[in-house]
Design a protein around this ligand. Structure first.
Ligand SMILES: [Ca+2]
Length: 344
């Protein structure tokens, strides 16, 4: 399983790399223009929507977000499981609890009890660490929780971090007014969400569906199709994770009950990671912006999804704020993620 994802990703990237290089030459910005970051008016607020279960980079993302919350650099409003593994929320709760955040609201995708998604380190986390949430039966469905969380937030303040299937996001788009808000889903998103950061696609050239869009193609199409998602979208595509190989030192830097060590040890023993990490960079960008590690490109375009789920980048003047990112400094990015993963 480990090799399959990167082999597929590399094969697709090889197909489109020439076209990508040409477009990057036209649209890319030099890394030297990517420094600075500036100050923010307030602590970023995020909701993470994750298929944590089998692929370790969801754990990277949620672990790093917890560390950054400890440091006052982000506020995690909630975390949604978007695949039908009923243990996933127990594992997420175990991570949150290990970092001192047992109260982070969790939601589960509809019909989680169907238990149709493959399990992985989720079960190791739930078995080895304390947690109060035992299964998806103990948490609300994701869509009503999204609505409750968003309704109480300031206007245009929440960044949604999509690192799994699009099922919950499509459900939120379709949602009707309820006791939490008189707004329908689309209007509620427009009112409360600052932007949606998504891990998916091969930009700009496109390719066959590789990862997240395959989990629920109908919902992916609903979120992307027509490019009328009501907020800016930032995409973190397949290029971003290939060389983001992190976590290899955890067996020597943290205790055996550290949740990140449990995940990486479960997948890779104590050896080097067998594949890259996509959700980690996505979450770092969603929280801190481009900082010194990322470059923002693709301005004037938007993601397009074809009938089989392939995502490409097309010129679209109607969406002036959509972007995708590139890595400006891979070594510094990997060091940053490793430092956060290894935080005590
Ligand atoms: Ca994921």
């Amino acid at each position: 399983m480990v090799g399959r994802r990167v082999v597929a990703m590399v094969a697709v990237v090889a197909l489109v790399v020439a076209a990508a290089a040409a477009v990057l030459a036209a649209t890319g910005r030099p890394a030297s223009a990517d420094q600075g970051g500036g100050t923010r008016a307030g602590t970023p607020r995020i909701i993470i929507d994750s298929d944590l279960s089998l692929w370790w980079d969801d754990a990277t993302a949620i672990g790093m977000a917890n560390v950054l919350q400890q440091r006052g650099q982000v506020r995690i409003l909630g975390i949604m499981s978007d695949i039908r593994n009923p243990v996933a929320v127990a594992a997420i709760d175990a991570i949150d609890t290990a970092y001192g955040h047992p109260k982070i609201p969790l939601g589960a995708v509809a019909h989680s009890a169907a238990n149709t998604a493959p399990h992985g380190y989720s079960d190791d986390l739930a078995r080895k660490l304390p947690h109060a949430v035992r299964s998806s039966h103990d948490v609300p469905p994701a869509v009503p929780l999204y609505r409750r969380l968003l309704a109480s937030q300031p206007p245009h303040s929440v960044t949604l971090v999509s690192i799994g299937s699009y099922t919950n996001l499509a459900g939120l788009l379709r949602s009707k007014p309820d006791q939490h808000s008189s707004l329908g889903g689309r209007a509620l998103i427009r009112a409360k969400v600052k932007r949606l950061v998504i891990e998916d696609g091969i930009f700009p050239g496109g390719g066959p569906p590789v990862t997240n869009q395959k989990l629920d193609l109908a919902s992916a199409s609903e979120v992307v199709k027509g490019t009328d998602w009501p907020t800016p979208m930032v995409w973190v595509d397949g290029y971003t994770g290939i060389q983001t190989k992190v976590g290899g030192a955890l067996c020597t830097t943290v205790a055996s009950n550290n949740p990140m060590r449990i995940v990486y040890e479960s997948r890779f023993g104590c050896g080097p990671p067998g594949d890259g990490d996509w959700d980690g960079p996505t979450t770092l960008y969603a929280i801190g912006g481009k900082q010194g590690w990322f470059t923002e490109v693709g301005q004037g375009g938007a993601a397009y999804i074809n009938s089989v789920g392939g995502l490409s980048w097309r010129t679209d003047p109607s969406r002036p704020h959509d972007l995708y990112i590139r890595i400006a400094d891979q070594g510094a990015l990997n060091q940053r993620i490793d430092a956060l993963l290894g935080a005590k």
